[in-house]
Design a binder for this molecule. Sequence first.
Ligand SMILES: [Mg+2]
Length: 219
Amino acid sequence: MSAARFFLFDLDNTLYPRNCGLFDHIDSLINRYLLEKIGIPAAEVDLKRRLYMKAHGTTLNGLIAHHNVDPDDYLEFVHNVPLQDYLKPDIGLKTMLAELPGKKYIFSNASNEHCLKVLDCLGLEENFSAIYDINSFDYRPKPDIAIYRELLDDIEAQAGDGVMIDDMAVNLLPAAALGMATILFTPAISNRVSSDNRQLTSLLDLPQILEEISGGRPD
Ligand SMILES: [Mg+2]
């Protein structure tokens, strides 16, 4: 591809590394929601979450389908985390994003409020042109290809001009199918997976990977 004109960045476990502990905290709150609010026995919580993820894309969509939960109640509960305990301003990332030509967007399965708070803690709110979150698409999550198309329409962009970065390979599949370049964020060697995607261990290496993708050709 020639130089990218836009970027879609996942948020959780991409703009900050999984090992900072934030997502484990969110994960434990998701378990508590199933246990305390829905009344699913502790021994069945893991299995239910796996089933909901597989059949509905997210735990939330499984809970909506099977337990008629209020999505805003769920999202408020699971994102009720003291973010400042886990995140601090990331000057290196801010500088890299500021110097990277092209528009940048957040594309996340989390709530809008959570995205805003995370960007605020990382000091990155000015680096993104818009946030596409779970509220943007009536709670339909990645990897539903329909929402990728809607996002492209909304930003008036062609898939072939874009790059998507996410820590979950499954979320990159629709982007690749539509013609975007895709990069899997895999910060820990132990998390390396077999994948057709280019893999990135530090977001700061993004400019270099982009140069490889474009083959060094000028735009
Ligand atoms: Mg993620």
